[in-house]
Design a protein around this ligand. Structure first.
Ligand code: HEC
Ligand code: HEC
Length: 196
């Protein structure tokens, strides 16, 4: 009889141990999260964010940038408090609601502007890790949730402009659908920060 109890106890402990083992082997990540896949998706996203079509409006300084070499905007155009320019050099004086055709003519959009001075949303010079952290921080990203960030990169018209930039301007390195897909994947897989 004692032997039977002994065997039962041993197998009971064994079952508990196995169930713990199963749980702990999957417990390093929540279901659906995947650090490597998330970081890989952000690496693709980062290439687009740092391309001139995006970075030229997300500069480190207070002048917008121009061209594929991202040189400072001609005529000393400045951000201004709301990102819409100052005095006679308001963005909308030159930038129309749509692109003006011809090379070196002003690109256009109804809300053409830089981010405002108190929330500059700088991309230029940010490492992948810095930029990812900044994008996720509601104090720096315009109070957006992760879902609202996905929404912004999927359908905001200034973002979409990057793929219809007017004559003579190159396109970002991924097409827009792929960019939006990778952005969503970065978030869905856990919104992990790159290692650096
Ligand atoms: C005096 C007219 C004028 C004003 C004012 C002006 N721009 Fe421009 N902007 C231009 C022209 C012209 C171009 C095209 C230059 C080229 O393609 O060589 C341009 C190009 C740009 C580009 C480059 C787009 C790209 O991806 O290459 C950005 C960004 C930009 N402007 C932002 C702004 C912002 C923001 C403001 C207001 C703060 C502003 N501009 C005010 C005339 C102006
Ligand atoms: C004409 C200038 C302009 C261009 C071009 C532009 N942006 Fe922006 N972007 C803005 C402004 C202005 C805001 C702030 C708007 C707001 O908060 O509602 C912004 C906000 C954002 C945000 C919100 C969150 C944050 O922290 O930055 C993202 C993401 C973003 N832009 C991505 C892009 C991408 C991707 C591209 C290129 C495909 C791009 N932008 C091109 C002007 C621009």
């Amino acid at each position: 009889m004692r032997v039977v109890y002994f065997l039962l106890t041993v197998s009971f402990i064994g079952m508990i141990a196995m169930s713990f083992h199963q749980r702990s082997s999957g417990a390093t990540e929540e279901p659906g999260k995947d650090k490597a896949a998330s970081q890989k998706a952000f690496a693709a996203v980062y290439k687009v964010l740092m391309s001139p079509r995006c970075m030229n409006c997300h500069p480190a300084g207070d002048a917008p940038l121009q061209g594929d070499d991202s040189h400072p905007h001609m005529q000393n155009v400045q951000r201004g408090p709301e990102g819409k320019g100052v005095y006679a050099l308001k963005c909308t004086n030159c930038h129309q609601p749509q692109n003006t055709s011809g090379e070196h003519m002003p690109p256009g959009n109804p809300k053409w502007a830089l981010p405002p001075a108190d929330r500059k949303m700088v991309f230029q010079g940010r490492s992948p890790r810095q930029l990812a952290a900044q994008l996720l921080d509601p104090r720096l990203n315009g109070g957006r949730t992760k879902e609202q960030l996905i929404e912004h990169v999927t359908s905001d018209t200034l973002v979409l402009w990057g793929w219809h930039p007017g004559d003579g301007r190159t396109l970002p390195p991924l097409n827009h659908a792929e960019f939006a897909r990778q952005f969503k994947r970065w978030i869905d897989k856990g919104a992990y920060l790159p290692d650096k």
